[in-house]
Design a protein around this ligand. Structure first.
Ligand code: ADP
Length: 544
């Protein structure tokens, strides 16, 4: 017992909080993991987009540099006059975006243009030459390895200029080779080839200049998954931007996902908590029931003792032949009979209750007169009424209808009601038992003038093992199964039992009303007048 209690304590104060804590921790970890996975997924999408952008800006650089290399191959410093002849025939195929090639003499400050080859000679060539010598030259980078290929990307008068340049030395002189790239052609011919494939499906791309103006592609809304990359070496003032058009959707989806995950973790935690609570409540209930059951065993044993003691005492008196008169002898025998009947009823109570508990209670119904059953039950209490000084007044209406009853079970029910009236309402001095017909039912009313039953207890006293407050306080014997059995018997007969209390104006007494459906609607003889049962007059206490 001690160990069991210890185990239960352990359950309530250690294991349950531990389970709740573990659930919360696990829920938290699960939530964090899913959020981390989602974050990693976002990161993967972001990285993939970035890689795509890097690869595409590199591709343009490679195309331009490849053309620069072709130009370099055609420029023979030793023989500058051959440039146009060597380059122009293949220019549109090999260097489609190079508009002109120019060679400058760097050895003199005059920076003479030693050679100039243009694919479309015209006034723009002169303008370019002037621009190069006047405004661009100062921006050229001549540091470090002077033979290295370099690029200059600048906006001049709202126009983007891209030139590739490198130096050459020959015969003690230094030359500058410049390839003038046709930027509009790059935008119109090369960009579509390079970038159209990105600009469909789930992604959008565009290219913007240094001021953020779009030079190619549609406008894109800067969202969570927009990636921008400048061209590394050639059009370095421009940026390629890639955005997932579903970026907003993705954001919403992530948010929704987060809410769903959160909801699921919360729901799981609630389910587990509810489960734990149900287990706790069930175990509390189980504990209470176990306590009630053990009280029940003690109470039943105690109840058996009293009638047994009486039977034994009067049996011994009779055996010893110490009886004053024949009347007394009869009276003692009567006590023995009625106490053994009470004993039988008590044992039957317990056995029937056990059957009800196991779901094995079976009744044998037959048409019968309820008033006869009631009268027999009252008879059993004759001696007790005399002993306790209680008047039992039995009144049955005339011509009551019969009912389908199990007489034995019904008697047990009435005995239980009478027993209670005797136990709890002894001080009332009077118990009334009425049998009447009412609205198609035969109704047995057992009323007393005892202390009554508290309103909050009136419902619960019909539950098994439940005893009233007063029963406990005043140590009135009982096992708490009587009314549960009465209820079961009544309901098995298609009827009901209820209690009303108080019944008198001074707030005393209770009346138990047992209702059993009548076999015929109309009472025999049609009268409902109450009269004392002819066979059984009122039981009056014996006056000493
Ligand atoms: P028991 O009498 O063994 O306690 P019952 O199921 O017969 O069990 O009754 C349940 C409770 O109902 C009693 O403990 C008592 O508090 C209350 N009760 C029953 N009948 C009466 C009555 N006539 N007057 C007052 N209280 C009653």
């Amino acid at each position: 017992m001690q160990r069991r209690r210890l185990r239960e304590r352990l359950l309530y104060f250690a294991i349950v909080p531990a389970i709740v804590f573990a659930v919360l921790v696990l829920g938290g970890i699960a939530l964090r993991t899913t959020l981390q996975i989602e974050k990693a997924r976002q990161q993967t999408v972001f990285d993939a987009t970035l890689t795509l952008a890097d690869e595409r800006v590199d591709r343009l650089d490679k195309i331009i540099i490849a053309q620069d290399n072709v130009v370099a191959a055609h420029v023979d410093i030793a023989n500058l006059t051959t440039i146009a002849r060597r380059w122009l025939p293949t220019a549109s195929r090999e260097t489609p975006t190079v508009r002109a090639i120019l060679v400058l003499d760097l050895s003199h400050d005059s920076r003479d243009v030693l050679a100039f080859a243009s694919r479309a000679p015209g006034r723009e060539d002169d303008a370019f030459r002037r621009l190069l010598l006047g405004r661009l030259f100062s921006s050229l980078n001549f540091e470090g390895n002077t033979e290295e290929l370099r690029h200059l990307h600048q906006i001049i008068d709202q126009q983007s200029i891209l030139i590739s340049y490198w130096q050459r030395s020959y015969a003690g002189r230094r030359y500058l080779v410049v390839a003038w790239h046709d930027v509009p052609r790059l935008v119109h011919d090369v960009f579509p080839r390079l970038y159209r494939d990105i600009d469909r499906g789930n992604s959008r791309m565009n290219i913007t200049d240094e001021e953020g103006r779009i030079v190619f592609g549609p406008p894109i809304k800067a969202g969570e998954f927009t990636v921008g990359r400048p061209f590394p070496t050639t059009l370095y003032n421009w940026r390629l931007q890639i955005a997932l058009t579903s970026a907003d959707d993705l954001g919403d989806k992530v948010e929704r996902q987060r809410m769903v995950e959160l909801g699921m973790v919360g729901f799981a935690a609630i389910v587990v908590l509810v489960g734990v609570m149900i287990v706790i409540f069930a175990s509390i209930k189980e504990r209470r029931l176990a306590a009630l059951k053990s009280d029940f065993v003690a109470n039943v044993s105690h109840e058996l003792k009293t009638p047994l003691a009486l039977v034994r005492m009067f049996g011994e008196i009779l055996l010893a032949d110490r009886v004053a008169s024949e009347d007394k002898r009869r009276q003692y025998l009567q006590i023995i009979v009625s106490e053994s009947e009470r004993l039988t009823a008590l044992i039957e109570n317990v056995l029937d209750f056990a059957k009800v508990e196991r779901g094995k209670a079976a009744y044998e119904f037959a048409p019968g007169r309820l008033e006869d059953v009631v009268s027999r039950a009252v008879d059993v209490y004759r001696y007790r009424a005399e002993r306790d000084g209680i008047v039992v007044h039995l009144a049955s209406a005339e011509g009551l209808p019969e009912a389908m009853i199990d007489a034995r079970a019904m008697e047990l029910a009435i005995i239980n009601l009478l027993d209670n009236a005797f136990k709890y309402a002894k001080d009332g001095g009077r118990v009334d038992v009425d049998v009447v017909s009412d609205d198609g039912s035969v109704v047995v009313r057992v009323s007393d003038r005892g202390p009554g039953i508290d309103p909050e207890e009136q419902e619960r006293i019909f539950e098994r093992f439940v005893r009233g407050r007063r029963a406990g306080e005043q140590r009135i014997r009982g096992s708490g199964i009587g009314l549960a059995l009465v209820k079961h018997i009544a309901e098995s007969h298609g009827g009901s039992v209820e209690v009303k209390s108080p019944v008198t104006e001074d707030g005393k007494g209770s009346v138990f009303i047992l209702r059993i459906p009548a076999l015929r609607g109309e009472p025999r003889g049609g009268s409902k007048r109450l009269s004392p049962a002819p066979s059984e007059p009122d039981i009056e206490p014996e006056v000493a």
